[in-house]
Design a protein. Structure first.
Length: 472
């Protein structure tokens, strides 16, 4: 006799202020469950609505959503709970929102334990959650907060608390797409009788039929384990069939890019993506010292100054300091951004040190490069359209998904965007490896015919830097 599936208890989610400030569409992401917003949360939202920051814009959007839901609603309807729209505002959810939205309409009576001193906003939210548990003993009441310390205090006093998971692009950062795949042993034996090859524009192409090909993505790299062995990029993918194009090898000096040669397999993959005119968006991940900025800048200079594919190189990044902020900086937009562009200056020094003509030749080269490389602030990107530009977005892991969308949609015809970052070094509050804009971009663009991604693994900066990365 089959066992009856146990019905899940009714759930009520209490939202903390930082959840709504982080994702203004959060109220539509809890499927069939009910949502409760304490009055103290509305007070904090009102206090945070002013300003031009991302959090302030999100607060204003939350207020508009709530105002639309409460339109023409009576006090009795608000007390009974407002129906969340079944269509939902956010596409891609598991189920459309079908629960109810409740506000704190009366004083909830529940005292906090004596072990919890103070009467701040967090304590008020905890008190409301405790009171809801007493009023709804058959329901499972959960506090949702991005604040780790609040979740710790909630667990101590017996309140069920969770992080906000709906903004996670993937469950685990280890599952993030790497952009490469190793060919299994016996791959060529399996594909031997169904293998086609031809030459096109000086490149060798193969059409293979193999079960492994079903797992590949367009512009993914495939390789044999042996260093210097077969390396190709996937151009087209079908049902257990794929079209491969053999890569150019940039590890040899005669194939160097602006005097820079690839030092390992992943760097060679990166050069092939950066120099491919059919790829409009490239993302490169990797820890410090793997050569992300140097490779990207070298490829940009070649395509801007030698082949004239782009008019200029634009470099930008999020202005988040490593230590204490030193305050306002004088000068124009470019002068204000220069202290943040130490990586650009360091890599330009590497790229120009081999120039002929001594110090005078290097100075002339630096003047030429400065005229073709522009430094721009992300703060003034909204509304712009970049035509025939090579855009380098450094430290992209510090962007939110919404900010990343705003930047990517600035690209006009003939523009190539390269996003660099290390998801293990995130400085923006409430962002993590699974929720940052760079992870969001990689996961959403995966499989697009004009997008390429590679994760660099091996550091090439120096023995000291490599050892420090591994041991510190």
């Amino acid at each position: 006799m089959p066992t009856r599936k146990r019905a899940e208890p009714h759930r009520i989610f209490v939202l903390d202020t930082n959840v709504l400030m982080h994702d203004p569409t959060a109220i539509f992401r809890f499927e069939e469950h009910d949502i409760f917003i304490p009055m103290i949360v509305l007070e904090e939202l009102d206090a945070g609505k002013k300003g031009m920051s991302e959090a302030a814009r999100n607060v204003r959007q939350v207020s508009r959503f709530l105002d639309e839901l409460m339109l023409n609603s009576s006090k009795r309807q608000i007390d009974k709970g407002l129906d969340l729209p079944s269509a939902g505002y956010v596409p891609g959810g598991k189920k459309p929102a079908s629960g109810r939205l409740f506000f704190q309409t009366h004083q909830l009576r529940a005292g906090l334990p004596d072990t919890l001193p103070g009467n701040g906003a967090d304590d008020a939210i905890l008190a409301n959650t405790l009171a809801l548990q007493l009023e709804h003993p058959k329901a499972r009441v959960t506090l949702v907060s991005k604040d780790i310390n609040l979740r710790i205090k909630a667990a101590i006093i017996g309140v069920n608390a969770e992080d906000y998971y709906s903004d996670k692009t993937i469950e685990d950062a280890d599952l993030l797409y790497t952009g490469k795949a190793e060919l299994r042993s016996g791959f060529w034996d399996e594909a031997g009788c169904k293998l086609d090859s031809w030459h096109e524009e000086g490149r060798t192409h193969y059409r293979v039929c193999n079960r492994q090909a079903a797992d590949w993505e367009p512009n993914q790299f495939v390789y044999d384990q042996d260093e210097g062995g077969f390396e190709a990029i996937v151009r087209k993918v079908g049902d257990e069939t794929a079209e491969l194009e053999v890569l150019r090898d940039f590890r040899k000096e005669r194939h160097g890019i602006w005097g820079i040669c690839a030092r390992n397999r992943e760097q060679n993959f990166a050069f092939n993506l950066l120099l491919d005119p059919n790829i409009a968006l490239v993302t490169i991940l990797g820890p410090a010292g793997t050569g992300k900025t140097l490779l990207t800048l070298a490829a940009g200079l070649v395509q801007t100054l030698e082949t004239n594919q782009f008019n200029e190189v634009i470099m930008t990044r999020v202005t988040i300091p490593l230590g204490e902020d030193i305050g306002f900086l004088p000068g124009t937009e470019e002068e204000k951004m220069e202290p943040w562009m130490g990586a650009l200056m360091d890599n330009l020094e590497v790229l120009t040190q081999s120039q002929e003509g001594g110090s005078w030749g290097r100075a002339a080269t630096n003047d030429l490069l400065r005229n073709r490389i522009k430094i721009r602030s992300l703060n003034f990107m909204r509304g712009r359209t970049f035509l025939n530009r090579y855009i380098i977005l450094d430290e992209a892991q510090n962007l939110t998904p919404k900010q990343m969308k705003a930047i990517v949609t600035r690209a006009g015809p003939g523009t190539k965007l390269v996003c660099l970052g290390n998801i293990a070094q995130i400085d923006t509050p409430y962002l993590s490896e699974t929720t940052c804009g760079l992870t969001y971009l990689v996961n959403r663009f995966r499989g697009w015919a004009h997008y390429g991604h590679i994760t660099l693994m091996r550091g090439e900066r120096s023995r000291l830097a490599d050892f420090a990365s591994e041991t510190l």
